[in-house]
Design a protein around this ligand. Structure first.
Ligand code: ZN
Length: 176
């Protein structure tokens, strides 16, 4: 019994890494587009139903977070809003909007990579997905491929800071 349990846990860890790698591929696509590099995958019955990444800047849409996109795509594909049995993988801890959407769509489990200490709404700043006042709670696994998920974010913001510095250097002196 115990061995079976440990084996199942082991399988789940392997699966979690496998799917998080796919979420990281999505994050890289966002990076290449100049979007904050966050990627997500939605898995239902061991099958990837939807993949997506942050598109806020290009779509000019405040709600175009990776999680919202894959939830929407999955609802469309499965033809229902209730996503019981699904697991959402995302490279960064979801914000309050996305954590709310996880609850609203009745997703069973969320797996994320790196923590968002500024606006995370799974565990760090708020705990929306486990809040007892809501009628659905989401199981949480944190820290899967945390280094890779954090690195791509750090690299994105480092490059953006450097680009800003370069722009400053290039700009003409203002007349006083
Ligand atoms: Zn979000």
């Amino acid at each position: 019994m115990m061995i079976k349990f440990i084996l199942q846990c082991g399988d789940r860890m392997v699966d979690d890494e496998k799917y998080m790698k796919l979420a990281l591929v999505e994050a890289q696509k966002a990076f290449d587009l100049g979007e904050v590099p966050i990627g997500a995958i939605l898995v239902f019955e061991d099958e990837v139903i939807a993949a997506g990444h942050n598109m806020r800047e290009i779509w000019n849409d405040a709600t175009a977070h990776a999680e919202m996109i894959v939830i929407k795509r999955t609802c469309e594909k499965l033809g229902r809003w209730r996503l019981s049995g699904a697991t959402l993988y995302v490279t960064v801890e979801p914000c309050p909007m996305c954590a709310g959407a996880l609850v609203m769509s009745r997703i069973n489990r969320v797996v994320y990579g790196t923590t968002d200490y500024k606006a995370g709404a799974v565990e760090s700043v708020f705990n929306i997905v486990g809040h007892q006042a809501l009628n659905h709670q989401v199981e949480v696994t944190a820290g899967v491929m945390v280094d890779e998920c954090r690195l791509i974010m750090q690299e994105f913001f480092r490059q953006r800071r450097n680009a800003k510095k370069q722009l400053k250097k290039l700009s003409l002196p203002t007349q006083e």
